[in-house]
Design a protein around this ligand. Structure first.
Ligand SMILES: [Zn+2]
Length: 445
């Protein structure tokens, strides 16, 4: 048995030394892709010079390398050469199937109803990106008057249309649709919050505009009309969160000032991925989910020492879906949510060596100031390259009830970043940088 194992290990090391490198990507010697590039990611053995299609491949001090090859249509033969060995990889580039040209089809106004809570209403008929204008509640009655591919066109007011996925709504018979009428509205002021309510006899669609000085909350189609809408506006404090809820035709729209004292804060730390969801893989075979968790546990220690209430979406390796992470933060009244990741790129990009360092993502306007601070404090503490702040439509970033940011600490695939994240104190330094940023955000005026 032991001799068998020894033989097996010898065999593995012989294969490795014969090749002179180990490849993480591509996974197979023969593959079929639809992308313009294919990524070669791996580790060169000591002293091995790697070339791919005769181009010298940059290798970091620990052997990690990453190299993209531009593909032509059809079969591509890619030669990977180390000091004494050449391997051939065959990649078949298929052309993407193009959709037939989609046309807008207009029709008479029809009422329709929303099937489930949290249904995105968008300003373009595209099922991704930063185009959401609100999230509608179940049993909201909307007016549609056209379709485009998978979307219906939604009529909000004379000058404003929106888009909604067909699968999210059900067209209803106008005869069965009662007209929604206005009942009343009310406004209440608390020491650290302002609440406005507005009631109709039925659920109507809404949008939110977070402007410079105030937040505009608009409700459309009273009396099934496209000519009128109601507007509530709440002046906003400097640091705020907000929440929209709907109960039987009554909207509650609450803007909260976020606490001033560290001890009043609940911070939810979210280590990205986990379990079978490994996240990105580095050239040396490291898995993103493990590094995310290390950083999260370090951050927990540092923040707890500052008297903050800290909760983790996961404290060990395991699968957790995105909705559970969001629900966890909401049900624990989180003030700040920090999701921790390391970045990667797909087979669609070329400039791997420019993809380096720390990037911070945010979705809502009220989370942007924290993103800006973190981009400075994390890169300063961990010595990573500054890679900017970016809007990103990720499920964990979209809720408005808390400040939410996603930290991409470094690039898993970048050979130079590999050297950084393999360092003993990397997780601690990233965590320290995140903590510094959070404290600065809370305590600044
Ligand atoms: Zn990730």
């Amino acid at each position: 048995m032991q001799r068998g194992l020894l033989f097996f290990l010898l065999l593995i090391s012989t294969i490795t030394s014969v090749y002179g490198y180990e490849l993480i990507l591509p996974k197979n010697k023969n593959s079929t892709v639809e992308t313009n590039y294919i990524l070669f990611l791996g580790k060169a053995n000591n002293g091995e010079n790697i070339t791919i299609n005769n181009e010298k491949v940059f290798t970091s001090s620990n052997g990690a390398f990453a190299h993209s090859v531009k593909l032509k249509d059809g079969e591509n033969r890619i030669l990977v050469r180390s000091n004494f060995n050449t391997q051939v990889y065959k990649v078949n580039k298929k052309n993407k199937v193009k959709n037939n040209e989609i046309k807008l089809n207009e029709f008479e106004i029809k009422p329709a109803t929303i099937k489930k809570d949290n249904t995105p209403l968008r300003n373009t008929p595209i099922d991704s990106g930063m185009n959401r204008i609100s999230h509608l509640f179940k049993d909201t009655t909307i007016l549609i008057n056209g379709d485009f591919g998978d979307f219906y066109r939604v009529l909000l007011s004379k000058n404003q249309e929106a888009w909604i996925l067909k699968k999210d709504v059900e067209i209803i018979n106008p005869k069965n649709s009662d007209i929604a009428t206005f009942i009343n509205m009310d406004s209440k002021k608390f020491s650290n919050a302002q609440l406005q309510t507005i009631s109709f006899t039925k659920n109507l669609p809404y949008t939110i505009e977070d402007n410079d000085k105030e937040i505009l909350f608009k409700i459309y189609n009273p009396e099934l009309s496209q000519n009128s809408f109601y507007t509530l506006n709440i002046p906003k404090p400097q640091k705020y969160t907000y929440k929209v809820s709907l109960d039987n035709g009554t909207y509650s729209f609450k803007v909260n000032e976020i606490p001033k004292n560290l001890s009043d804060y609940t911070i939810v730390i979210d280590a990205g991925h986990g379990g079978s969801e490994r996240g990105a893989i580095g050239g040396l075979g490291d898995e993103e989910k493990d590094i995310n968790l290390k950083i999260a546990l370090e951050l927990e220690k540092i923040l707890k020492a500052q008297n903050l209430n800290v909760l983790l979406t996961r404290e060990c390796d395991g699968n957790i879906d995105l909705a559970t992470r969001v629900d966890f933060a909401k049900s624990n009244d989180a003030n700040i949510f920090v999701s921790i990741h390391l970045n990667s790129i797909g087979d669609s990009q070329m400039n791997i060596h420019k993809m380096r360092g720390t990037s911070i993502y945010y979705y809502n306007k009220h989370s942007k100031p924290l993103a800006e601070i973190l981009e400075k404090t994390v890169t300063k503490s961990a010595g990573t390259k500054r890679n900017g702040i970016h809007p990103g439509s990720f499920a964990v970033l979209r809720p408005t009830e808390y400040i939410s940011v996603l930290v991409e600490a470094a690039y898993m695939i970048n050979p130079l970043d590999t050297v950084l994240y393999k360092k003993e104190d990397f997780a601690k330094n990233i965590a320290q940088g995140i903590s510094n940023g959070i404290i600065e955000f809370i305590t600044q005026n």
